[in-house]
Design a protein around this ligand. Structure first.
Ligand code: GRG
Length: 319
């Protein structure tokens, strides 16, 4: 099997396509993914290990019952579009959400963003304590890889399983999420130019979104280098667009609607796309990325339409 290029791709001159607007049928599919991943995560978080009652409770508190479930939805819908049955996508969908929750719990800690509110309720370290929140993140990360390595997944070859582990580990390490978070921490109070902000966004948030797309495809048995490269570029575009939209919502959204403190970036003097370029330019960039994401996969036949709709879902969200 060919390995997947994980580096964010540089912008190209590809002609933008129009991404489709989500329909009621698409909304129902999203909702079904959200319901399904809730059940899968609930099952996985019934940990049998002795002496971990408080840790398990905090892991369940942080993971279950809230969140848009965007990353598992990307796994499910990309995987389905590539021909996988939903059951085959449960393990990779759970793995990306477990990693995402770990990153949120650690990001909220006093040593990082020091937030009190997440998903409309007190952050993990507020509801429990800081030590427990550190362990929640650690244990969720370990569980994500355990799920990919050990869960029975009918129809996935050992090579594809290994590739999923490789893709996910690269997406969240120094070249991806953790590295992007390090840049983010160092950027507080400083001015970054737009390329530097984009680099931070692509790594901090974009890389896991890109990995979600790739895990869906890999679980479906996609192994052609050209197809995987197109999907990797698609994932990179929507990953960056997601974070730019997040910057926009931080300015335009409400704390109630977002379930986290609105205006937090400005309050912390963080460089964001919106602060560097202004809201209008940030919105135009998100829309351009949506179109470019659709163009990246326009050669993938039937799959192109659902992927374009997914791009619209990521960019046009209001929470
Ligand atoms: C701690 C290694 C480490 C990394 C943290 C992702 C991240 C890196 C921090 C999260 C901080 C943050 C709020 C970033 C903005 C983009 C983002 C990830 C928002 C939260 O994701 P959503 O909107 O959240 O998908 P829900 O709650 O819906 O899952």
């Amino acid at each position: 099997m060919r390995t997947v290029p994980l580096r964010a791709q540089p912008p190209s001159d590809a002609t933008p396509l129009n991404a489709a607007a989500p329909s009621a049928e698409f909304a129902a599919r999203i909702s079904a993914c959200q319901t399904r991943i809730e059940r899968v995560l609930d099952d996985l978080l019934r940990l049998p290990d002795p002496g971990t009652d408080r840790l398990r409770e905090a892991m369940r508190y942080s993971t279950l019952g809230a969140g848009k479930r965007l990353r598992p939805t990307l796994v499910y819908l990309t995987g389905q579009a590539c021909g996988a049955p939903l059951a085959r996508l449960d393990a990779p969908a759970a793995a990306v959400e477990l990693i995402h929750v770990y990153s949120l719990v650690h990001d909220d800690l006093p040593a990082m963003d020091d937030d009190d509110l997440r998903r409309g309720r007190p952050t993990c370290h507020r509801a429990f304590d800081e030590g427990t929140a550190v362990l929640v993140g650690d244990a969720l990360q370990a569980l994500a890889f355990a799920v990919l390595a050990h869960e029975p997944i009918d129809g996935v070859t050992p090579e594809a399983r290994l590739e999923m582990i490789r893709v996910l580990s690269r997406a969240i390490g120094t070249g991806g999420m953790a590295g992007g978070q390090a840049v983010d921490l160092e950027a507080v109070g400083r001015k970054l130019d737009v390329p530097a902000i984009e680099n931070m966004h692509r790594r901090k948030t974009g890389a896991l979104i890109q990995a979600s797309v790739l895990l869906g495809a890999l679980a479906a048995g996609v192994s052609g280098a050209a197809e995987l490269a197109a999907l990797a570029r698609f994932g990179a575009e929507i990953g960056l667009a997601f974070q730019i939209q997040d910057d926009i919502l931080d300015v335009e959204g409400s704390t109630e609607g977002l379930g986290k403190r609105a205006g937090a970036d400005a309050a912390r003097d963080k460089p964001t796309y919106a602060s560097a370029l202004g809201l209008d330019a940030a919105k135009a960039r998100a829309q351009a990325l949506k179109s470019r994401a659709a163009a990246r996969v326009s050669a993938l036949g039937d799959r192109a339409q659902i992927l374009a709709t997914l791009a619209a879902y990521v960019v046009d969200r209001r929470a």
